[in-house]
Design a binder for this molecule. Structure first.
Ligand SMILES: [Zn+2]
Length: 82
């Protein structure tokens, strides 16, 4: 493990992992257990070509989020928020 050429790929992988975890935590915070900032439930309105789930609320402000980590949504329980 003293080979310095290994250091860059390891750092790169750690960097990617950090990005993934950060993205996951951000989406989880936005998802807010299925509720928009206004207190109404998110409703799925679209799925993009990469599998991201688009959610919007029904309040006049039309809050909107995109979820790419699907298991965040499944944490709600019966998964019937869609
Ligand atoms: Zn709203």
């Amino acid at each position: 493990m003293d080979d310095p050429t290994l250091l860059f790929p390891i750092m790169f992988i750690l960097f990617l992992l950090t990005l993934c975890i950060w993205g996951y935590l951000c989406e989880k915070k936005e998802w807010n257990k299925g509720f928009a900032p206004c207190g109404t439930r998110w409703k799925c309105f679209d799925v993009d070509s990469q599998g991201g789930l688009g959610y919007a609320c029904e309040c006049p402000e039309h809050h909107c989020i995109w979820i790419s980590y699907h298991h965040i949504v499944k944490e709600v329980g019966d998964g019937r928020v869609i």
